[in-house]
Structures are given as structure tokens and as C-alpha cells.
Ligand binder design. Sequence first.
Ligand SMILES: [Zn+2]
Length: 349
Amino acid sequence: MRGWLNSIIFVLSACDDNTENKDNEISQTLMDWQPISELQLLNGYTESLSLSTSEDRQTLRVTSNSDTASCFQVNSAISQYNQELSYSFNTAQCVDCLWRTSVIRNSGLLVLEGNAEQLAAISFASVDCTTYLSNVSSDELVVEKLETELPALAGLKLRFNLSDSVVNDLDENDWATLISNELNLSILITSMNTISDVDVVLENSLSNDELESIIATLPDKDEGVIDIIYGPCLEIDTYFSIERLAGFTPSIPGGAGDMDAVFVARRTCGSRNTETDEPATVARLIAHELGHYLGLAHPEEANGTLDDLDSTTTSNLMHRNPLLVSSTGLTDEQVERIMQHPFFQDLSE
Ligand SMILES: [Zn+2]
């Protein structure tokens, strides 16, 4: 149940330029991203970009054009009422921020929900990908915008990717029902694939490069379909420590970049643990990680930091250990937030 704070200290390393298109992109359905600006980082900071408001759901995608790993963060976000929504560096760690955003590695989404619906101007600052301290960089950031209407019957499209050793007796509909029961939302599973030869990788302190390499082997998919990677173990090397996790979402929200997926583990790490979770338990972990992917934080972090929603208590699916809590579904505020994510879409399409 990797949390917001843990997620943002996740250490990032070199990767391919993710602005390059994959070979068979023609067969993919992509969303209608509109380029709106290119911002140059000068001494680590960009100038401010003015934005127009809209009645529709608005999402920004910000992508570095650097060939090497490039990390950056919202530096300033001003509302149309001249209010600062986000405070300098590491805003994901601030308690009273009006809009929490996490560090972006190479490419990431900023969903303009809640207070950020009033966003009028935004600027970015470069941070070191390991320490997240201020960093002098001259990378260029490409900013795109997506405006979508919320469909009447919205839900989530998932693609299941199971490693060789995962024992699975359930089909797409079974898994969709289990996850739907946890989230109380509509779920469609588009396909179930096996990813070969990653069991050993998943069992040995995964680096960012290895996470990326696993994702890079997956077939192309329509944009908006969320990849679930289900393996035997999740031992993650965070640079600061090696942690074994039950679930991991590399960025909050997800939806862009080379680590764009939700990871869950069966908690069977080689010979160290032969425990095999029930599908309902795995479904609960997936539901919790999907909450992160769509923009939700834990109601309360281990250090006492609270989320910014009034409606959440520790008795919630987004508890930092969701297996300790029996309640299912999300609060109305949580649902309102995740529905602003563009991957929450019409399942009939
Ligand atoms: Zn979590």
C-alpha cells in the first residue's frame, strides 16, 4: 500500500525518451491532447503559463524533451482569484496545500480538480531525480491539455498482466466483479495477458529501470486503459531502503510516463513466503492502488499527514493498509475527485 509520501520519494533513474511513438501506434486509440506551450527551464525554473478555464474536465500533460531522466515539480499555481494553490517544492508533502501535486518524472498528468479547476497560471521547477532538491536544468517542458466531458455511465478500463508464477483461476468478468465490489464503480477488463520471465525480476529489489523494462514489454494499448501488473512479489529499491510492498503506484495520479502502471503482489517472495492471497484480497489491493492512480492519497499517512478531503476517515479503502479496514467503496468527495481523471471514461465505447 505504497503511500503518497512514499511514492514521491521513489527514486528515479535514466530512461528512454518517452515522447517517441511506438511502432504500431496507428492501431491505438489515443486521446485528443492539444499542445498549448513549450516552457524552457532556465536556471531550473520556467516562466508562468496562463491557462483558460473550462466547464469540461481538464488535464495537463507535462513532458520533458530531455533524452535523460528529468524531474520537475509545480513551482507556482495561481487561481483566477489570485490565490496560490500550491506551495513551492515538494507540495505533495504539505499538509494544508489547496492542491497537492507530486514530482513528475519525464512525463506526468496534472488533473485540474477541486481548487485547481480555477487554475489560471502555472509554472514549474526542476528537481534532482534522486534527492528532489532544487536543480539547475535547461530542459524544455512540453505542455498539452485535454478537455473531456464526463460520460453518463463512466467506469475504468483495465488490462491485466500476470507474471508466469501467478496462479489464476478467474476470468476477466470475475476480476471485474471483485474490483467493482471494492470500488463500487464500473470496471471493464479489456484483456488478460501473461508477461514471461519477470518473476525473478519482481523478487529482487526492483529498480526504476526494471519497472520500466517490464512495462516496455507490454503490447501497445488504447490510451486510458490502465495496466495492472500482478506478480509474485514487489521488492522495491527506493534508494533510501529496500521495501517489500503489497501494491505500488509509481505516480499520483498515473497516466503518463514510462512507469505508468499499477503493481500488485501476491506476497509470495521466492522461498521466503509461500502465502498466496485470495483473489478478493488481491482485488482490494488493486482497488486501493487504482485510487492512487486516479489521484487519491491515504486519509492519514504514517507520519500523521492528513489528506485534503473532509469526508475521509481512516475507515476507508484508501487506508494506508486497506486490508486492515473492512469498508468498501469511496466517499462522494473521493468519487468526485477521481471522476475528473480523463481515464474515467465511457465503458460503452
Ligand atoms: Zn496506498
